[in-house]
Write a protein that binds this ligand. Structure first.
Ligand SMILES: C[S@@+](CC[C@H](N)C(=O)[O-])C[C@H]1O[C@@H](n2cnc3c(N)ncnc32)[C@H](O)[C@@H]1O
Length: 235
């Protein structure tokens, strides 16, 4: 098992290596369902159409794009510690009204480079699982939100349905690393994806860590047979 700083280095290097192919692989491997998951997550911030949002672990910024698509006055600070992911996303940001409202910043989610009590929303799509110190990251998400601001975490979870589970595990452990390895040239990155999903907290544990960070009205919304979940918390 990797120590936190080793995990950080490993994760940053892996995302850097796959950054040119990340968006393509995302759509291919999820059969575009990831777009629906990000749409649904963004809908949960409807009550703050004009407030600033911090999109943590923003990567190539697909969620930042959806956040600015759904609310025409919203500004998004897109934070990620892998510069190559942000650069890959910035290169293909559509040249429309969303571009000037997305601000990519290279920074660590465990020490967010933003002042306290500033954002109405904090979103993290498929990023929390990658943090080396999850509780520290959650504490930081709480710190940067304004009181009554909302945290939305979109993350993989493990399906419990007895019919879905074996099919999903076969896809995740066998099909996905092989196909993704061929396209990205880095099979290890997608073996890490499978093992990080297997090793991640149970939903109840994550909810309790969110409470520990200070969040209230904490809940989980399960989607697509429990393959992914949206975790909601209010500061
Ligand atoms: C699976 S990608 C998700 C990207 C994007 N949010 C999406 O929806 O596709 C995870 C991202 O988390 C970033 N990440 C992991 N640990 C981080 C940390 N401690 N601080 C900031 N970003 C981090 C990685 O660099 C990577 O870009």
């Amino acid at each position: 098992m990797l120590q936190p700083d080793e995990k950080k280095k490993f994760v940053r290097e892996k995302f850097s290596a796959i950054s040119p192919k990340y968006d393509l692989l995302n759509s291919l491997l999820s059969m575009q369902i990831d777009r629906y998951w990000r749409w649904k997550t963004t809908r949960l911030l409807q009550e703050f159409p004009a407030g600033q949002v911090l999109d943590l672990c923003a990567g190539t910024m697909p969620l930042s794009l959806e956040l600015t698509r759904q609310a025409k006055q919203r500004l998004v600070l897109a934070v990620d510690f892998c510069e190559d992911m942000l650069r890959a996303g910035a290169k293909v940001l559509p040249d429309d009204d969303r571009k000037p409202r997305i601000f990519p910043v290279c920074g660590d989610g465990e020490e967010i480079p933003a002042p306290s009590d500033t954002f109405w929303g904090c979103t993290v799509a498929f990023g929390v699982r990658n943090l080396a110190r999850t509780q520290q990251g959650l504490n930081e998400m709480h710190r940067i939100l304004k009181p009554t601001g909302k945290l939305l975490i979109l993350e993989f979870s493990r399906p419990t349905n007895l019919l879905v589970k074996p099919v999903y595990n076969f896809y995740l452990n066998k099909v996905l690393p092989t196909v993704a390895g061929m396209v990205s040239g880095d099979k290890e990155a997608y073996e890490y994806l499978a093992s990080s999903i297997a090793a991640f907290y149970e939903p109840e544990e994550l909810l309790s860590m969110m409470r520990e960070a200070g969040f209230s009205h904490v809940e989980r919304k399960s989607m697509t047979f429990g393959i992914v979940s949206i975790y909601v918390g209010v500061k």
